[in-house]
Design a protein. Structure first.
Ligand code: G3I
Length: 323
């Protein structure tokens, strides 16, 4: 068995991975991704984002997203769909269009309606809004906030709910794995959306963590923070897990990383409404970390040669239980 088999046996959780279109021509990679003992769920890392889906106003291109959706269906894997509204990978026709309030609302609603309708019945979850918060929990300025105000959040969730009533709708962000201003801000978003009478089903904690540091160091801190969200009657999911270190990783760092991964798994397992864990790709071969954090990486349980890091992999297995 693998982490997903153990996760499913431990409860209703899944264990999954992000993936991207360019990687799927790598046959050994694809075979590993498609092994449902290890991965019961996949997320497209890029191909359902606005710049891919609606690169020009009213021109929709679902081809790349469809490849990932079809792969999930073929493998019998849960599909988490990512993401409808984000300030990054947002085409300049939106960012710099100079649209007034009413026009931008209709552009937002149309984008969401078209995309969610296209994938209706295929997305178990949608990350409806991604990264709307600054580190102190205030709203990040972006074209939607600047033009529409905080109402863009409930407007987005309402459009998604109308287009696919059975998809679970998530707010997704990073640095909300521990208590603090940003987590409080995310809780404010849950309350805001509910105050509008609109559905929000879950909080995605991205969990781009650092070995021996923030978020993963204590199971009790991790579960307390998750419970602050579930107290608002929403699920939580770990949506983009990786735990980076200075490269090349020392033996001590790998040992600490194994503990950190185990803590994340134990935390999710301990919270009834933590529905699953997604790695932000499963192998260092395709990790985003080295290109953004110079000198860091080795963040995933599989190395650059697609080999399992035995210590890390076994720690994850053991944390899920004997299954
Ligand atoms: O597609 C182009 C290609 O045509 C071009 O030749 C190449 C040259 O750089 O770039 C390619 O686009 C890249 C794209 O990934 C697809 O590979 C972009 O440069 C690169 O910036 C982009 O990075 C993605 C990043 O989001 C962008 O913000 C990462 O793959 C993706 O893993 C990452 O994912 C985000 C989540 O969506 C939200 N949370 C944080 C997470 C990590 O940044």
């Amino acid at each position: 068995d693998g982490p997903n088999t153990r996760a499913v046996a431990a409860g209703k959780q899944y264990f999954g991975s992000a993936t991207d279109n360019g990687e799927l021509t790598d046959a050994p990679y694809l075979a590993g991704l498609s092994n449902t003992a290890d991965f019961g769920q996949i997320t497209p890392a890029n191909s359902m984002k606005w710049d891919t889906i609606e690169p020009s106003r009213g021109i929709f291109s679902f081809t790349k997203g469809d490849v990932i959706a079809d792969l999930a269906a073929k493998n019998g894997q849960i599909l988490r769909c990512h993401t409808l509204v984000w300030h990054n990978q947002l085409p300049s026709w939106v960012t710099n269009g100079g649209f007034d309030n009413a026009t931008l609302i209709s552009i937002l609603q149309n984008h969401i309606t078209q995309e969610v309708t296209h994938y209706k019945g295929k997305c178990a979850h949608w990350d409806v809004v991604n990264e709307a918060l600054n580190e102190d929990g205030t709203y990040r300025t972006n074209v939607f906030y600047n033009t529409i105000g905080e109402a863009y959040l409930p407007i987005a969730f309402a459009a998604a709910a109308a287009a696919d009533p059975s998809a679970k709708l998530y707010y997704n962000d990073y640095n909300i794995e521990a208590a603090g201003g940003k987590s409080t801000g995310a809780q404010r978003i849950v309350k805001l959306i509910k105050q509008y009478g609109v559905k929000i089903d879950g909080i995605g904690m991205q969990a781009h963590l650092i070995v021996g540091s923030t978020g993963s160091e204590s199971v009790s801190a991790w579960t307390a923070n998750m419970n602050a969200f579930t107290a608002l009657n929403v699920d939580v999911a770990i949506t983009e897990l990786d735990i980076r270190t200075t490269t090349p990783a020392t033996a001590a760092a790998v040992t600490q990383q194994a503990k950190d991964y185990a803590n994340v798994v134990q935390g999710c397992k301990a919270v009834a409404r933590c529905v699953g864990i997604t790695l932000w790709d499963y192998t260092d071969k395709y990790s985003w970390i080295p290109s953004v954090f110079s000198g860091q990486g080795a963040a995933l349980p599989w190395d650059e040669n697609l080999q399992k890091k035995t210590e890390v992999y076994n720690a994850i297995l053991n944390a899920w239980g004997t299954g």
